[in-house]
Design a protein around this ligand. Structure first.
Ligand SMILES: *Cc1c(COP(=O)(O)O)cnc(C)c1O
Length: 227
């Protein structure tokens, strides 16, 4: 529908603040109380993140440890209540830095990393929350534990007295119907009694919510295209 009257008015660019506020309000309405919205800020400038914080957002995600260190230490100092989630793959040589900055590590996917994260958290006196990333599509290039190996990884936590992971996370294969992947993740979480499900991004969060997502990770639908 075209509003002809409006079209004759001079074109006014959305202020970034106005448009972010509108997008967030719309998204909050769609998500409701079922899930926490994680604002994915990779490739986004600090002033835009400050606006999101001013609008009341508390959970943010970055997928690279190095990039996160470029902006988040200062932001977290100014806003100590923020929870920062690592949503990208974690290499063993980055565990110390990751534990020092992130509050939630969503991408634990093997025994060695699980043990290192727990050891580093103890050493740095950090209270951390972890999720296990599951490679639901069993893509060779993608991080995440294979669905068939999840039992062993959960058991490893118990056997070694590591803190129990809060939930599971997945990134379905690009270009595939995500629904079966979300269904599988939900089934695996139920089987292990894990409460939280981090699934759904800008393009598929509505589907993820139908399958029980409790965290959705939203980048472009909130902040626009990345640099
Ligand atoms: C970038 C990213 C997102 C956000 O993607 P959008 O499509 O921009 O919403 C979510 N999850 C992970 C793991 C990501 O790397």
């Amino acid at each position: 529908m075209v509003n002809h009257l409006k079209n004759k008015e001079p074109i006014k660019a959305d202020t970034p603040h106005g448009s972010l506020a509108t997008r967030l309000a719309t998204l909050q309405q769609q998500v409701g109380s079922q899930a926490t919205i994680i604002g994915v800020t990779k490739g986004q400038p600090t002033p835009l993140i400050e606006e999101a914080i001013a609008l009341g957002m508390t959970d943010f995600g970055e997928n690279k440890v190095q990039e996160a260190y470029g902006k988040w230490p200062e932001l977290k100092q100014r806003h100590p209540h923020i929870r920062l989630h690592l949503i990208g793959p974690l290499q063993s040589n980055k565990v110390g830095e990751a534990v020092g900055l992130f509050d939630v590590i969503q991408t634990v996917d093997r025994e060695k990393i699980a043990q290192m994260v727990a050891d580093e958290a103890a050493r740095q006196h950090r209270r951390l929350v972890t999720f296990l990333q599951v490679n639901t599509g069993e893509e060779p290039q993608k991080a995440g534990v294979a669905p068939g190996q999840l039992d062993a990884l959960v058991r490893f936590h118990g056997d070694n007295s590591l803190p129990v992971p809060l939930g599971l996370m997945c990134v379905p294969p690009a270009g595939e119907n995500p629904a079966p992947h979300f269904a599988l993740l939900a089934k695996l979480a139920r089987r292990h009694g894990l409460q939280e499900l981090s699934m759904g991004m800008s393009g598929d969060f509505a589907t993820a919510l139908r399958f029980g997502a409790t965290y959705v990770r939203i980048g472009t639908a909130l902040f626009g295209p990345r640099a």
